[in-house]
Design a protein around this ligand. Structure first.
Ligand code: IMP
Length: 430
């Protein structure tokens, strides 16, 4: 038995969906534990592309149970659309394959309206959020005025809560943010109807997972976003509003830390970031554009072009430490196929001083210049490789270099979008 957490080791979009999809083979339960539909996983099965924002990608595997843990924030309209899309494609034949925890917080229309209005009103201080209402929903959760999934299933309680909360939200929307107020009854009617459709998925993430642990079944915890977007450990305030690091898997699902056996960090062979915030290795030149085009670096959720740059070892070491990573999965190696040389940032220069660690202080980080080590590219296709040893020598050298500068072993390498284009070096479930 093994329980494995998958986390993004950078600023999100590391290709977690594909790795989760592969690891799902070894798991009985797949759990999302934080974030909401700000995430987006593009999965390629055969020649078919499926984009999922909320439902764990394990849903594409028959017989695997997918759980939306208590730490997630849920937009009921979005999950209903996803369920519909999956059913039309022949997935989710059995409704018991999907469980939504009773304590999941609901993203309400005012959360989305506030998120979007605040961003458009904040000029140079904007975060570059996905506009999905994530931050305002977590604010209400921590402020103890949130609405949970269980409330949505009890029309009278739901209506009472909306009636209590909406005057304040409408005041903020109208008087402070210059937006239209929301209609109370229309909101109640719309959301009660969503609740009626989603009721059959109600369950307890903590109870089900701990029962699985007793039965010695395997659990895969699927993190969303990335470690540098963690609300505590990321590049605050340019972060998302949840605990994206491995620790979040325990609070966000109701499983104790002693049951976690491995933590795999997913990292691209280079770096991308969407939204605002410091990014020391960002390439704003032709090379950045080349990576963007070769890696098709456009957001799965918002379609925004992603900022691209060289691999940042200091940032990765940060993720190794805060997550306690036991292994790294390196994705999108093939994007670097036709490069003569590849750069890796191993330290930072700050006002003439050399810094080894990724600075915690945003004011310092903003001024840091990357210090690069240049290594030879492999400059050829990787498509025929089926094991670490059959990769071109220079690609092997690049991976060994990443292990050396991050202090973490590489357990998986992805050399293309298909399931078959994956090299497993160590299986974390064994
Ligand atoms: P929010 O999560 O919508 O509040 O956005 C906060 C920050 O996190 C912004 O910089 C977003 O671009 C970023 N972000 C949120 N979700 C993702 C994701 O799934 N991938 C990459 N960046 C994300």
């Amino acid at each position: 038995m093994a329980n494995v957490i998958i986390v993004g080791a950078q600023w999100g979009d590391e290709g977690k969906g594909k790795v989760v999809d592969i690891y799902t083979e070894y798991a009985n339960d797949v759990v999302r534990y934080q974030g909401g539909n700000n995430a987006g996983h593009t999965l390629v099965v055969g020649n078919e592309k499926t984009v999922l924002h909320l439902i764990p990608s394990g849903i594409l595997h028959e017989g695997k149970r997918c759980i939306i843990g208590n730490g997630v924030v849920l937009d009921p309209k979005v999950i209903l659309e996803e369920i519909d899309k999956l059913k039309k494609k022949g997935y989710l034949k059995n409704d018991s394959q999907l469980v939504i925890d009773a304590n999941v917080h609901i993203i309400m229309p005012y959360h989305k309206a506030i998120d979007i209005a605040r961003e458009s009103n904040s000029g140079s201080r904007k975060i570059g959020t996905t506009g999905r209402g994530i931050g305002p929903t977590y604010e209400d959760k921590i402020g103890r005025r949130g609405i949970r999934f269980i409330d949505l299933l009890r029309p009278e309680i739901f209506a009472r809560k909306v009636k209590e909360l909406l005057p304040e939200k409408n005041f903020i929307l109208e008087k402070m943010l210059g937006c239209a107020a929301l209609d109370e009854q229309a909101l109640i009617d719309e959301y009660v109807a969503y609740g009626q459709q989603l009721g059959k998925y109600l369950g307890s993430s903590s109870k089900l997972l701990n029962q699985s642990i007793k039965e010695k079944k395997n659990i895969l915890f699927e993190g969303a976003q990335g470690s540098l977007l963690d609300v505590d450990h990321g590049t605050y305030p340019y972060v998302t509003s949840s605990s994206t690091i491995a620790g979040g898997a325990c609070t966000g699902s109701g499983v104790g830390p002693r049951f976690i056996d491995a933590v795999v960090g997913i990292s691209k062979a280079y770096v991308t970031r969407v939204g605002e915030g410091p990014f020391p290795t960002e390439l704003t030149d032709e090379m950045g554009e080349k990576l963007r085009q070769a890696g098709q670096e456009f957001g799965a959720t918002t379609g925004r072009p992603r900022r691209c740059g060289w691999f940042d070892a200091g940032a990765l070491r940060e993720a190794v430490r805060t997550n306690g990573l036991t292994g790294l999965a390196i994705t999108k190696m093939d994007v670097l196929n036709d490069l003569e040389t590849i750069k890796i940032c191993t330290a930072y220069s700050y006002r003439g001083e050399m810094l080894e660690d990724f600075p915690q202080d945003l004011e310092v980080l903003k001024e840091c210049k990357p210090v690069y080590e240049e290594i030879d590219g492999w400059n050829c296709e990787l498509s025929g490789a089926t094991s670490f040893e059959t990769l071109p020598q220079k690609a092997q050298d690049y991976l060994r270099k990443l292990e050396q500068v991050t202090g973490c072993p590489v357990v998986l390498v992805s050399i293309g979008p298909r399931r078959s284009e994956t090299i497993q070096i160590i299986n974390p479930f064994n």
